[in-house]
Design a protein around this ligand. Structure first.
Ligand code: SAM
Length: 292
C-alpha cells in the first residue's frame, strides 16, 4: 500500500515538475519570440544593434522605422569613409525634423573620433563639426512651379509647415549627447538664407539632403557647388530620391540632374540605401565663384 502511495506521489510530483518546466520553456520561447519580433518592430531605437544590423525590411513592422534605422546606418558608413579615407570637410544635414538622422550622424562621428583616431592622426585632419540646417518651421510653401506640380504637393502630403519637428534647443540636446558642444553648429532658417551666409572657407565632406522639395535641394546644392564648398570625394546622400513616384521631373532627382549639368559634376553613383534613397560621391566640378 505504502509502495503504491509513493509511486502515485512520485508520478504527481513528476507531472507537476513537467508542467512547470513546460510552462517555463514556453515562457522562454514566447519571450524569445517577442524579442525577435521586437527587433523587427517599428519604434525600435535607431541605434538598436539588432535593428541597424538587419539586412533589410522583412515585411514585419513599420517600414518607415526600418527606413530611419537603415538610413542612419548608411549615413554612418559615409561618415566612416570620410574619416578613414580623409575626405576633407565637415558633416552637414539639411532637414533635421525629429533629429533621428542627425543623432545617427553625431553617433557615427563620436565613434569615428575614437575608433579611427589613428587615421585622423595620420592625415592630420582638423576636428570635424556637425552642421545642422532647418527652418524649424517645417516645409516652405511649394511656390516653385516644379514643386507645385509634383505629385506629393498635389496630393496634399507636403503642405507648408508640415514635417515640423524638434526645436533648435531640443536638437542640440540630442546631438550633444555624443559630440562636444563646440563640435555642433545649428543653422535655423530657410536654406535660401542660411547657406549663402556660410563663411567662404566652409567645406563639406558629407551632405545629407533630406528636405523633400526640389527648391529646398536646389537652395542647398546650388549654393554649395557654386561656392566650391563640396570637397573632392564628398558623399551626397538624398533621402527623398524616390519620392514623387520616382519621377525625375521632380524633387531631388531633378535638383541633382540640374546641378550635374550646371556645375559639370563628375561623380560616382554609390547606389541605393534604406527605402530607395540614393548616394553619390563627387570627384570634380566647376564652381561659379572663387572662394577663400
Ligand atoms: C523629412 S524632414 C527631415 C527628416 C529628418 N532627417 C529626421 O531624421 O527626422 C524635412 C525637413 O526639412 C526642413 N526643410 C525643408 N525645406 C526647407 C528649406 N527650404 N529650408 C529649411 N528647412 C527646410 C523641414 O523643416 C523638415 O524639418
Amino acid at each position: 500500500m505504502l509502495g503504491l502511495l509513493k509511486k502515485k506521489l512520485r508520478e504527481a510530483v513528476d507531472r507537476r515538475v513537467m508542467h512547470l518546466m513546460t510552462q517555463h520553456v514556453g515562457r522562454l520561447a514566447r519571450q524569445q519570440m517577442a524579442d525577435e519580433l521586437e527587433s523587427l518592430r517599428g519604434g525600435l531605437a535607431v541605434d538598436d544593434p539588432r535593428y541597424v544590423g538587419s539586412q533589410g525590411w522583412t515585411g514585419y513592422g513599420d517600414p518607415f522605422a526600418f527606413h530611419t534605422a537603415a538610413a542612419a546606418s548608411a549615413l554612418a558608413e559615409g561618415v566612416a569613409a570620410c574619416y578613414g579615407f580623409d575626405v576633407d570637410g565637415h558633416i552637414a544635414e539639411f532637414g533635421t525634423m525629429t533629429g533621428a538622422t542627425a543623432r545617427g550622424l553625431a553617433r557615427a562621428m563620436a565613434s569615428c573620433d575614437t575608433h579611427l583616431a589613428h587615421a585622423v592622426q595620420v592625415y592630420g585632419s582638423p576636428r570635424r563639426e556637425l552642421h545642422l540646417f532647418d527652418s524649424f518651421e517645417g516645409l516652405p510653401a511649394a511656390d516653385n512651379p516644379v514643386d507645385a506640380a509634383s505629385p506629393h504637393v498635389q496630393d496634399g502630403i507636403w503642405p507648408p509647415g508640415s514635417c515640423r519637428g524638434l526645436t533648435p534647443e531640443q536638437l542640440f540636446a540630442v546631438v550633444t549627447e555624443y559630440l562636444a558642444e563646440d563640435r555642433v553648429r545649428i543653422f535655423p532658417g530657410w536654406f535660401a538664407d542660411t547657406v549663402p551666409a556660410l563663411p567662404a572657407e566652409t567645406r563639406y565632406a558629407l551632405i545629407h539632403v533630406d528636405a523633400d522639395l526640389y527648391v529646398s535641394a536646389m537652395d542647398v546644392l546650388g549654393n554649395l557647388f557654386a561656392r566650391g564648398m563640396v570637397t573632392k570625394g564628398a558623399y551626397i546622400y538624398f533621402d527623398d530620391w524616390s519620392c514623387n513616384r520616382a519621377d525625375p521631373a521632380f524633387g531631388e532627382r531633378r535638383a541633382w540632374r540640374e546641378c550635374v549639368e550646371r556645375f559639370r559634376i563628375e561623380y560616382s553613383d554609390q547606389g541605393p540605401y534604406a527605402l530607395f534613397c540614393r548616394r553619390f560621391t563627387v570627384h570634380d566640378y566647376q564652381p561659379e565663384t572663387a572662394t577663400g
